[in-house]
Design a binder for this molecule. Structure first.
Ligand code: AMP
Ligand code: MG
Length: 390
């Protein structure tokens, strides 16, 4: 049995970087950027008005000003502003020559559309200067970021419409268990619905990889082998759930070996998820995740997700917030590191009602997980704990 920290290290040290591909920028959300992106223009591209108002000389603000032009956004000013003159200007329009100030329309009084008196003067000039946000050639987005909607706006503003991203790992998913039926069916007595398969599909998608659902393997070495072989030949990674514990029908580790997978660990001093198994076959990865849905969920989060991200060149670190416990919380044994689903209320951490690793419904109330280190059986009220966001 190894620690979860060691398991994490073993998994991540096997990662390599996948190749790149180009995608259209609007399809790039969730992908990992594979090159630095530079701006081909200054931003703003010209001195522009930050307000609707009157562009004039600050020296003239106490005088009645003559309006010599109206400048809408998108139009080039035709005239130069002289003493006691101004141009009525819209937000985003270029500042005319001679002006060094924009008086806000809200604090001005216009007469006949020809003259204006400024009633209140702000300290700011209300001008956004050419290049003050970004200069031509400046790196606006760095390689390795996970692309979010706000990055799409930056791509658009610098004209970067074909985005170089890292390819997405193809991840096959196999559920094992004779007791499983697919979700659209009503389970007969002694059957349960396959929740892991769909939870895993969603977890894989959420970290930007491409899931391929293979199906439910019977609890026989033959069917498991067939499905594992097919999955391995067509994908970068294979995730199985169930069949890794000590039962008489838990064939996954032996089948993985037969399929050419070198097992690097098959047991972790952690709960939930002790029998989590990991191996490699050439450049392919294989996880035998436990059958209980909470174990599968947590082990995906702790081990599979960081590997998927690393294959795509993304340095993933779960958000980790330190907060005090809202109550004292005890556990019976302390020989393994334990992860516990929690919620946060009024700045304090509380465990959710949780009956064990089959209780997937409990996770719907959890905002994060906390851990008991090995050897620790009590978390005191007020003690600071690390809440890992899930
Ligand atoms: P196993 O590791 O195969 O012994 O499974 C452990 C527990 O998880 C058993 O109670 C299984 O019925 C349950 N289980 C296994 N696979 C799934 C699945 N795909 N969805 C929901 N529960 C599962
Ligand atoms: Mg099973």
């Amino acid at each position: 049995m190894i620690t979860i920290e060691k398991a994490y290290q073993i998994v991540l040290e096997k990662a390599y970087l996948l190749n790149t591909e180009k995608v259209h920028f609007i399809d790039s959300v969730g992908r990992i950027l594979a090159e630095d992106v530079m701006s081909d223009i200054d931003m703003p591209p010209f001195d522009k008005s930050a307000m609707d108002g009157y562009a004039c000389r600050r020296a003239d603000i106490d005088n009645v000003l003559e309006i010599i032009e109206v400048i809408p956004a998108g139009k080039t000013p035709q005239k130069e502003i002289g003493p006691n003159q101004c141009a009525k200007i819209m937000t985003g329009a270029p500042i005319p020559k001679g002006a060094d100030f924009v008086a806000m329309v809200e604090y001005s009084e216009e007469t006949d559309g020809k003259f204006v008196k400024i009633l209140k003067v702000s300290l700011r000039n209300n001008i956004s200067y050419k290049g003050e946000d970004v200069k031509t050639g400046q790196v606006v987005l760095k390689k390795g970021i996970k692309i979010e909607p706000q990055h799409i706006a930056v791509f658009a503003s610098v004209g970067y419409t074909n985005v170089l991203v890292i390819k997405q790992p193809k991840v096959a998913i196999i559920s094992t268990g004779d007791e499983l039926v697919e979700p659209h069916l009503k389970p007969a007595i002694s059957q349960i619905r396959n929740s892991n398969g769909y939870q895993l599909i969603s977890q894989v998608k959420a970290c930007g990889a491409v899931p391929f659902y293979i199906g439910i393997a019977d609890d026989t070495p033959e069917d498991t082998f067939d499905k594992v072989s097919k999955a391995l030949s067509e994908n970068d990674m294979v995730l199985l759930t169930g069949g890794v514990s000590m039962g008489s029908f838990d064939f996954v580790p032996e089948v993985l070996k037969k399929a050419g997978v070198e097992i690097l660990f098959d047991s972790i001093a952690v709960t939930p998820g002790k029998p989590t198994t990991f191996g490699i076959a050439g450049k392919k990865f294989c996880f035998g995740l436990p059958g209980n849905p909470v174990s599968s969920f947590v082990q995906f989060d702790l081990l599979v997700k960081p590997l998927i991200y690393k294959l795509m060149g993304y340095d993933f670190n779960a958000l980790d917030i330190q907060m005090p416990m809202g109550i004292e919380f005890k556990r019976k044994k302390s020989d393994r590191k334990a992860f516990v689903p929690v919620f946060i209320k009024d700045g304090e951490v509380f465990p959710v009602e949780y009956h064990g690793s089959a209780h997937i419904h409990a996770m719907t109330f959890a905002q994060g997980i906390i851990s008991f280190p090995i050897g620790v059986d009590t978390l005191l009220k007020g003690e600071t704990v690390h809440v890992r966001q899930i």
